[in-house]
Design a protein around this ligand. Structure first.
Ligand code: UDP
Ligand code: MG
Length: 324
């Protein structure tokens, strides 16, 4: 029996690329079905992450003419990771495996064939890994590289150059549901599932149309969240610096005391003011970091839902009377 595949696509204000994306995915799934690689119950699930443009209208209307294209409309924008989760959890029930891909189709759709091969060989997770990053700006490439290195040094096992283009089996997604944390960083969590997995290499293209939904500010906060939700080593590092500066200041103190006893008292203001700034700065960093972790605990302790589904045409028949 061919596996039932669902392709999950998170979409945030993607009206410019979406018609083309849907068209390509529809063709692709049709091909796979006719080649008997996947079951004819395979579908495309588009998650509208609280878009302000015509995204939902496009999803909904396509659903009316093609029953293989379904939609999930979230009640507001919850961000790429949570939108993806909403899609994965919804898709899980009707599928054997689920592939997640971005709406801009920067990732090569055809590679999904290899994903399915690997899945049929018994892998629960298949990661799409970019061969090169030459479609990214130099800045993005370097910051991304730095991020992977940093995470690795802190002991977080990320798959290098893998974004959220991957296949997960029904079983893997079911286990993923057990991770209750609110700050869910999928790229870090999925390897933690620990099932048999494999990678497939591919070339990433330029964004087809529309703008990136990950401007610098979002990217940095994404990276920072990734780091702090996985590791306490930043806070340990600050503690370490704190100790070092403490001992250094004792040494300096002794040194200045010695100078004073020798009668050379012109040392004064400069060293004083520098150390005040130094210690003050260190304290602020430490407090800031502690605040970051406390903030995380605060968020987790509320156990808020990660997303709220407004309309679901995946598990329910499409409501024809429904206003878009
Ligand atoms: N996205 C989303 N919610 C958001 C931001 C982005 O669902 O709040 C989706 C977006 O529509 C796209 C994917 O996440 O399908 C990745 O975004 P984008 O391609 O803009 O990121 P980049 O490839 O530039 O890192
Ligand atoms: Mg993109």
């Amino acid at each position: 029996m061919e596996p039932v595949l669902t392709i999950v696509v998170p979409c945030f204000n993607e009206e410019e690329v979406l018609p083309d994306t849907i068209h390509q995915l529809e063709q692709f799934v049709k091909q796979l079905t006719s080649e008997q690689i996947v079951s004819n119950r395979s579908r495309i699930l588009l998650v509208d992450d609280g878009s302000k443009d015509r995204t939902w209208e496009i999803i909904y209307k396509t659903g009316l003419r093609n029953e293989h294209v379904r939609g999930l409309k979230l009640s507001r924008n919850v961000g790429h990771q949570n939108a993806l989760l909403a899609g994965l959890f919804a898709a899980k029930d009707g599928s054997d495996c689920v592939v997640s891909i971005d709406a801009d189709l920067q990732d090569d759709v055809q590679i999904i064939r290899e994903f399915i091969d690997k899945f049929n060989e018994g892998n629960e997770i298949v990661y799409g890994v970019r061969k090169r990053r030459d479609t990214d700006s130099i800045f993005k490439r370097h910051t991304a590289q730095f991020f992977y290195k940093l995470m690795k040094r802190m002991g977080v096992d990320l798959v290098y150059n893998h974004a959220d283009f991957r296949l997960m089996s029904k079983r893997a997604i079911t286990e993923l549901e057990g991770f209750k944390e609110v700050n869910l960083f999928l790229r870090g969590i999925v390897p933690l599932l620990g099932f048999r997995s494999d990678v497939v290499y591919y070339d990433r293209k330029e964004r087809q149309a529309g703008e990136t939904k990950y401007p610098l500010k979002k990217m940095l906060s994404f990276a920072f969240d990734g780091i702090t939700s996985f590791s306490v080593s930043p806070i340990r590092f600050v503690l370490f610096i704190g100790f070092v500066s403490f001992f250094l200041s004792i040494l300096f103190g002794l040194y200045f005391l010695m100078l004073k006893m020798l009668g050379e008292t012109q040392t004064g203001w400069t060293s004083l003011i520098t150390s005040i700034w130094l210690i003050g700065g260190l304290q602020l960093i430490a407090i800031g970091l502690i605040g970051e972790y406390v903030g995380k605990i605060y968020k987790e302790s509320k156990q808020r839902p990660k997303f709220i589904i407004d309309i679901d045409t995946f598990s329910m028949p499409i409501p024809r009377h429904h206003l878009i």
